[in-house]
Ligand binder design. Structure first.
Ligand SMILES: Nc1ncnc2c1ncn2[C@@H]1O[C@H](COP(=O)(O)OP(=O)(O)O)[C@@H](O)[C@H]1O
Ligand SMILES: [Mg+2]
Length: 278
């Protein structure tokens, strides 16, 4: 197996070992994931990249503790995941805000199990309203927000209980292109500020290259790791520099098998001594 699949095991905050997941369907068993093994280091930014149906959401649901019916093991800080815990926050593609609750009350839902005094609670909520750039909107209702603002609220709700790991399932997929770009920058800023491990599910190659330290490329039927690519470029990343372009072609080749992308990758590689370790 590719050695770069595993970060140093002793520093792994998340460890998937030989995970295999089947769903029972009316047509029989469907193997959604097979032999998925991956260690993620504390503070790492991971992108799970792959087309629809290759098991990305299933992986996140298992890691967050919503689905515990699988073979193999998933450990967080060396302990098997048994159910939902505060150390793992989750953000979904749809913001899933309650329309009858204000921004502050929606964020507070992320604190339901916290034993905090009312003052601590209010101060945490205010901190997170600020963190996601929504100062002045704490008392607004979801229908008064744009799509990007609503998604900021759901990120704040995912972060308010101070998780060590934030899982994001195509969080910007429903936003228009400009808002998506803005939210990607926001995510990088929040990551830098809160210093947490993030696992971002996406089918957008550019988003993965822009955000991640490591891209885990998944292949479908059954979902499995096809390739692991390390992105060494420092932040803030330019969206169209040479290495970005080369990586994009390489990923497109791996995903489609189209030789034209391979030729373009080789041509670009011949022009540059790589700054990226693969
Ligand atoms: N509850 C379920 N019952 C049956 N099949 C499912 C269920 N959830 C997901 N699947 C199947 O498992 C595969 C992976 O799904 P999913 O993790 O949602 O993929 P992705 O998020 O990468 O699009 C798909 O083939 C999907 O149809
Ligand atoms: Mg999905």
């Amino acid at each position: 197996m590719n050695s770069s699949i595993n970060a140093a095991c002793d520093t792994a905050i998340v460890s998937f070992k030989n995970v295999r997941k089947k769903f029972k369907t009316t047509q029989g068993d469907l193997l959604a994931l097979d032999d998925f093994t991956l260690d993620i280091a504390e503070g790492e930014s991971i992108a799970l990249l792959g087309s629809s149906g290759c098991g990305k959401s299933t992986l996140l649901r298992m890691l967050v503790g919503l689905d515990t019916d699988y073979e193999g093991s998933i450990c967080v800080k060396g302990r098997p995941v048994k159910g939902i815990e505060q150390e793992r926050g989750m953000v979904f593609q749809e913001h899933r805000l309650f329309p009858w609750l204000t921004v502050a009350k929606n964020i507070e839902l992320g604190l339901l199990n916290d034993q905090l005094s009312p003052q601590e609670r209010q101060s945490k909520i205010a901190d997170h309203v600020r963190l996601v750039g929504l100062d002045g909107f704490a008392d607004s209702y979801p229908h008064q927000l744009s799509g990007g603002m609503a998604q900021r609220v759901s990120i704040a709700r995912g972060l308010v209980s101070s998780p060590r790991i934030l899982l994001l399932d195509e969080p910007f997929g429903a936003l228009d292109a400009n808002t998506r770009t803005q939210m990607q920058q926001e995510l990088l800023r929040i990551r830098a500020e809160s210093r947490i491990t993030t696992i971002l599910v996406t089918h957008d190659i550019e988003e993965a290259i822009y955000i991640a330290d490591r891209i885990i490329l998944l292949a479908p039927r059954p979902g499995r790791i096809q390739k692991v690519i390390k992105v060494c470029e420092a932040h803030p990343r330019e969206r169209t520099p040479f290495e970005f372009h080369r990586l994009q072609k390489e990923l497109l080749y791996t995903m489609t098998g189209d030789e034209a992308y391979a030729a373009e990758t080789r041509r670009l590689e011949s022009l540059s001594p790589s700054a990226i370790a693969l």
